[in-house]
Ligand binder design. Structure first.
Ligand SMILES: N[C@@H](CCC(=O)N[C@@H](CS)C(=O)NCC(=O)O)C(=O)O
Length: 392
C-alpha cells in the first residue's frame, strides 16, 4: 500500500524548499498542506509542539520536524532515487557538519547584516560572510571530488542544505497594496523563487528606490545580484527568462506570447485606468466610463476564450503572464465593487472572465500575495484622505 506523505509548509520558504527538493529527487508523491507560519493552526501545533515551525513532514501519521533532519529521514526511509547522503561514514559526518555550519553560523550572518546599524558593523559582517564562503569553497572541493555537486554527480544533502542561501541575492522593492508589486510577487511565488521584500513608500521615495529606479522612480523594482529591473510587466518577463524552475509563464508559440503581451499592455494602458475615472463629477461622465469598462471587459472575455482554449486560465491549465497581468488588479477591483455596488466581472455579461476571476482569486498565488479586500478598503480610505491615489 502506498504510504501517506504530507508536507506542512508555505511556498516560497527556503526551509520548505529543501524538503520539496528532496521529495522530488526521490520521486515521492506528497500532499502539500499550506500553513501560515504567522498564524499557527491546531494541525501545526499538534505536529510540531516543541518548535511550532514549518516544515513538518508527516509520514503515515508520524511527524518529522526540522528541515535538515527531514531530508536525512527522507534518505533513510525511501530507497528509490539517488542517495542524498554519501555512503562512507566519514563523508556522511562531513556533510552533516557543513550543513550544521551553514544553518547555525553562516546563514545567521545575513540576518545580522540586515540589522546592522553602522557601516563599520556591516563591513565586519560582510568580511565574516566572505570568510565563511572560503570555508565552504574548501568543503566543496573536498566533498565534490572534482564532480559538479557536493554530492558528486548528483545533487546531495549538502547541495540541498546550501541551496537555501543561493537565492538570497534577489530583492524586491515594493509595497504590498500595489497591484504592480503583487504582479512580481505572484511570478516569484509561481516560480518558487526566494527573495527579500524591502518595504518602500512610493510617495516618500527613499534613496535606495531613487538609486534603483532613477528614471521612473516607481515600485516595483527587482534587484538581482545588484542589478535593477523595473516595470512590473518587464520584471515578470525577466523572471520567466532568468529562471527555468516552475511553470512557464509565457506561451511557447511566438504569436500566442505576443498576444499575451499585447493584452497585458491593453489592460495597463486602457482598461484599468478607466476605474480611476469612475470618480468623475457628473453622472453622464460616470456612465460613459462604465460603458467603456464593460466594452473593454467584452474584449478581454474574447481574449480569454481564445488564449485559455477551454482551460481555466489565460495560460491554460496554469496561471500565466496574462493571468498575472490582469489578476493583480482583482483586489482593487473588489474594492471598487464594494464602494460602488457595481459587479464588474458579471456572470451574465462576461461569464468566462467571471469564472476565471473566481478561480484566480482562490489560487494561493493570489491569496498569499494580495491583501484582503477589507484591508485594501481601509488603505483606500486612509490614502484618499491624504489626496493620493491608493493603487498607483
Ligand atoms: N507601469 C509601472 C507602474 C508602477 C506604479 O505605478 N507604481 C506606483 C505604486 S503602485 C508608484 O511607485 N507610484 C509612485 C509614483 O508614481 O511616483 C509598473 O508596472 O511597474
Amino acid at each position: 500500500m502506498a504510504s501517506c506523505v504530507q508536507l506542512l509548509g508555505v511556498s516560497p520558504s527556503p526551509y520548505v524548499n529543501r524538503i520539496q527538493m528532496a521529495l522530488n529527487l526521490k520521486s515521492i508523491e506528497y500532499e502539500f498542506i499550506r500553513e501560515n507560519p504567522q498564524d499557527k493552526t491546531e494541525r501545526l501545533l499538534e505536529a510540531n509542539p516543541i518548535l511550532k515551525k514549518i516544515p513538518v513532514l508527516i509520514h503515515d501519521g508520524k511527524p518529522i520536524c526540522e528541515s535538515l533532519i527531514i531530508v536525512q529521514y527522507i534518505d533513510d526511509a525511501w530507497n528509490n532515487g539517488p542517495s542524498l547522503l554519501p555512503s562512507d561514514p566519514h563523508d556522511r559526518a562531513l556533510s552533516r557538519f557543513w550543513a550544521a555550519y551553514i544553518d547555525d553560523k553562516w546563514i545567521p550572518l545575513y540576518k545580522e547584516l540586515k540589522e546592522a546599524s553602522t557601516e563599520e558593523a556591516r563591513k565586519d559582517i560582510i568580511e565574516r560572510i566572505c570568510e565563511g564562503l572560503v570555508l565552504l569553497d574548501e568543503a566543496f572541493v573536498k566533498c565534490s571530488k572534482g564532480k559538479p555537486f557536493f554530492g558528486g554527480d548528483n545533487i546531495g544533502y549538502l547541495d540541498i542544505a546550501l541551496e537555501l542561501t543561493m537565492a538570497s541575492c534577489v530583492q524586491l522593492l515594493g509595497a504590498s497594496p500595489s497591484p504592480f508589486v503583487n504582479r512580481v510577487q505572484m511570478a516569484l511565488k509561481l516560480k518558487s523563487i526566494e527573495y527579500e521584500f524591502i518595504e518602500e513608500n512610493p510617495h516618500v521615495k527613499s534613496e535606495r528606490l531613487l538609486k534603483a529606479n532613477p528614471v521612473l522612480k516607481k515600485i516595483p523594482v527587482l534587484i538581482r545580484d545588484g542589478k535593477s529591473i523595473c516595470e512590473s510587466l518587464l520584471i515578470v518577463q525577466y523572471i520567466e527568462d532568468a529562471w527555468n524552475n516552475g511553470p512557464s509563464l509565457l506561451p511557447s508559440d511566438p504569436h500566442d506570447a505576443y498576444l499575451a503581451r499585447f493584452w497585458a499592455i491593453y489592460i495597463d494602458e486602457k482598461w484599468f485606468p478607466l476605474y480611476k475615472e469612475l470618480g468623475a463629477s457628473t453622472e453622464e461622465a460616470r456612465k460613459e466610463t462604465l460603458n467603456k469598462i464593460f466594452e473593454g471587459s467584452v474584449l478581454l472575455e474574447e481574449a480569454f476564450l481564445k488564449s485559455s482554449k477551454g482551460k481555466p486560465f489565460f495560460g491554460g491549465d496554469n496561471i500565466g503572464y496574462l493571468d498575472i497581468a490582469l489578476g493583480c488588479y482583482m483586489g482593487w477591483l473588489k474594492v471598487t465593487e464594494e464602494m460602488t455596488g457595481i459587479k464588474f466581472l458579471d456572470q451574465s455579461k462576461t461569464p468566462g472572465l467571471a469564472e476565471w476571476a473566481e478561480k484566480f482569486c482562490s489560487h494561493d498565488a493570489f491569496k498569499e500575495v494580495v491583501p484582503e479586500t477589507q484591508k485594501l478598503v481601509e488603505i483606500y480610505k486612509a490614502v484618499q484622505g491624504k489626496g493620493k491615489p491608493a493603487s498607483g
